[in-house]
Design a protein around this ligand. Sequence first.
Ligand code: ATP
Ligand code: MG
Length: 431
Amino acid sequence: MAEINKAPRGTNDVLPGESYKWQFVEQKLIDTAGLYGFKEIRVPVFEHTEVFVKNVGDTTDVVQKEMYTFLDKGDRSITLRPEFTAGVIRSVVEHSLTAAALPVKVCYCGGCYRYEKPQAGRLREFHQFGAECIGAASPAADAEMIALANQLLCDIGINKISLEINSIGCPVCRAEYHKALKEFFESKKTELCATCNERLERNPMRILDCKSPVCAEIAKDAPKVIDFLCDECQTHFDGVKAHLDAMGIAYKINPRIVRGLDYYTRTVFEFISGDIGAQATVCGGGRYDGLLEQMGGAKEPALGFAMGIERLLMVLESQNVEIPTPKTCDLYIAPMGEAATLKASVLCNTLRDEGFEALTDIVGRGLKAQMRYANKIGARFTLVLGESELENGKARLKCMENGEESEISLDNIADAIYEATFAQFAEQFEL
Ligand code: ATP
Ligand code: MG
């Protein structure tokens, strides 16, 4: 029987003490993408299985081994999204988004599901942020996409990460390349793993992406796709490089990047970190010019990337990047007695209306225990509300950091907290 007091293997809880890191990263990603004109799109967590089988590609690891697929009660085959691009393009086509202004620029953030062997940086439920741009074929679009990914990584505080790019050509030049690859691997057939033997028949480029060390070693000497590019693909790739050079974005050409999904054409790229162990690719993306048409949409070129949030957070941690901690409770009101408890609730609401985090006792604790609680949660100010305070309409506000007290009027509690908070800041930053 499954252990019901444990999260399923390969999933993580984000606990309240950690969620601010996720909020920080996700907000930064969405804000920065906004500077490049990307607007958020939200698509379902599940799609018809065909959306992924047809578009991610049925020779990919994702489709062959990793999908969470099930029949729903209406006997439809449903799959939890292993990635976003196929679902996002399904949505773009369904809603004819390309009929409005081109390019269409969308970004997304959310959970993805792959049945993988869980290890550091490899989960069964993980989260991606990504962006897709539809309707732009020029090298400037590829460079802009890479620049966006680069800026996102910079903006969240990552200070060391390398960019590797490649071009995997178009269906025309890739046919020649497939032939050469097949010939090369044919002679090493017996040494390749069983899956790669299958790949050899159906999609030899997948062999270059095999995680087995033996296959990876053999693949080192394989022909390079970059030597097979047709003139148009070569010119396009040269254009991408020229743009990156002009923008001062450093990159390395890695002829072995082919990406795990079938829909890529021409430019592919990865951002790789040396700080997080074996699962080092933080962000991967590229151009997928044929995908829209393949999904029944307009014949529009497109490109995009996705980054794994868990891996991003691992890099931030290993590089000791400080994520701003959320502010704590502004005021804890400790009431004594029933009338004070009522008044404390009202005062808290007044403060919340003004944007302060105000808390009071909802447990029924004595004064001492309340103060211990206020300390534990890191309240900046506390205030005790007893009979005499209610009578006089005044109370003593205590600064928890330095123990200083001042008298404030309960009628103007929001102003008083505002002033006290400001004074504390002024002292802290020597304004
Ligand atoms: P890998 O080669 O590591 O399996 P992939 O090529 O399957 O990656 P993509 O489908 O391109 O990955 O997904 C984009 C990004 O999503 C990856 O670069 C990674 O940061 C993240 N990612 C992919 N699979 C997982 C996973 N199982 N757990 C955590 N993050 C993942
Ligand atoms: Mg994978």
